[in-house]
Design a protein around this ligand. Structure first.
Ligand code: PL4
Length: 399
């Protein structure tokens, strides 16, 4: 008989989002006529804009011609897209060779586990996007939230009291890798330049690496707030940045993302991280869809950038409607200004109680904050991705 990976049994019963769906389905079984509204999973709802659609279509049509057909592409992605990301998104802060194109930020988070193996100690913000924790647990890292000496998974509380930015000082437990999401999922918090400088300096001081998830960076509206960790001096010595076209241009179904590995990032023994990442990508990945990559190229042209901004403003408009409503109704609400998520305090209920309240009373599906870690207990996460009419319908039910 084949033995199960022993770490699988340490995962919580089911991944957060399928659990949310299961509970929503349970309501529908009881009351099939209920018209559920989802403010839960962060999935884009607006159609692809015309210029980007055209970029996808043109390549799809070309693939049906003798001259335009292409088979496997480079595992690292099209040179043209790597260059475009380097120039358009990073304004030259990173070189094209440091950009690795991929099929999703989530997939790269999992591949990073392969890169670092199971001997590292991992730190996460609490609360955090569950993929950082669950992939670490699958690798064998576990922790107790109380951060005991033996833990290999440590939780850095990010609460309203510390503005959702962890306290980084001599009492912070040891770690090798720190996963950090900015703008943050689930809290919607966004970091200042000073906070990010503190983060980079602290990780450097600890001889650790920062895995910086910037999947929502285009939602940052204030030019004084950094959109990439590489705006921070010293970041190239410690940081890996993950980003994705999913929330930039509605590619959640198309699948396209990238990860930046600075050339100078080195392991303790000396070898460069980029060499190992290249080995992992060439071994475990066969390149992102050529058609999707052409869509990405279109998104980074001046026309595409305008389309990105229109989409971002639309979802931020939803966020504002939600934020205004909940604030006026007396809730304490965080996020929703530079991020497509709102973190709503549910003072007299646990997260799951509040989830049930919104589900059964208003037929609105939310995400319980506690699903992102104990630090999220007592909150609900609301996603601002949705059709405007859906958001308005949700608000009218709540009135
Ligand atoms: C539902 C911080 C959403 N089944 O689309 P990707 O793979 O390029 O990006 C995934 C991703 C990466 N990093 C962060 C994210 O928040 C997400 C997407 N998160 C959410 O509601 O929290 C979608 C979740 C999906 C999942 O589990 O990722």
């Amino acid at each position: 008989m084949v033995k199960r990976n022993p770490h699988m049994s340490k995962l919580s019963g089911s991944y957060l989002f399928p659990e949310v769906k299961k509970r929503a389905r349970a309501l529908l079984e009881k009351t099939p006529e209920a018209k559920l509204i989802s403010l839960s999973i962060g999935d884009t709802t607006e159609q692809l804009p015309p210029f980007v659609t055209q970029s996808l279509v043109q390549k799809a049509i070309a693939m049906g011609t003798a001259s335009g057909y292409e088979g496997y592409g480079a595992e690292q992605g099209l040179d043209s897209l790597r260059k475009s990301i380097s120039e358009t998104y990073y304004k030259g802060l990173v070189a094209p060779e440091e950009v690795f194109i991929s099929d999703g930020a989530k997939c790269d988070i999992a591949r990073l586990q392969m890169l670092f193996g199971s001997d590292v100690i991992t730190a996460v913000q609490d609360p955090a996007y569950p993929v950082y924790v669950d992939t670490s647990v699958i690798m064998g890292q576990t922790g107790s939230h109380t951060n005991s000496y033996y833990d290999r998974l440590v939780y850095l509380p990010c609460t309203a009291e510390n503005n959702f930015f962890p306290v980084l000082d001599e009492n912070t437990p040891p770690f090798d890798l720190l996963y950090f999401c900015n703008p943050n999922n689930p809290t919607g918090a966004v970091c200042t330049k000073q906070q990010l400088q503190k983060l980079v300096d602290f990780v450097k001081e600890r001889g650790a690496f920062l895995i910086y998830d910037a999947a929502y960076s285009v939602y940052i509206q204030d030019p004084a707030l950094p959109r990439t960790i590489f705006e921070i001096p010293g970041a190239k010595d410690v940081a890996i940045e993950i980003n994705s076209f999913s929330k930039i241009i509605g590619f959640t179904g198309i699948r396209l993302s990238w990860t930046v590995i600075p050339k100078d990032l080195r392991f303790e023994e000396g070898p460069s991280v980029i060499t190992d990442w290249n080995r992992i990508m060439t071994t475990c990945f066969n390149g992102a869809s050529i058609i999707a990559q052409h869509g990405g190229l279109g998104a980074l042209t001046p026309e595409g950038l305008k389309e990105i901004d229109t989409l971002v403003q639309f979802y931020l408009g939803n966020a504002k409607l939600l934020k205004d409503h909940f604030t006026q109704s007396g809730y304490e609400v965080f996020g929703g200004t530079h991020a497509p998520y709102l973190f709503v305090k549910t003072p007299h209920q646990s997260s799951w109680e509040a989830f049930d309240h919104f589900l059964y009373k208003y037929n609105i599906v939310t995400t319980p904050g506690s699903g992102f870690g104990p630090g999220g207990e007592g909150y609900l996460r609301l996603s601002a991705f949705g059709k405007r009419a859906t958001i308005e319908e949700a608000l009218s039910r709540l009135n």
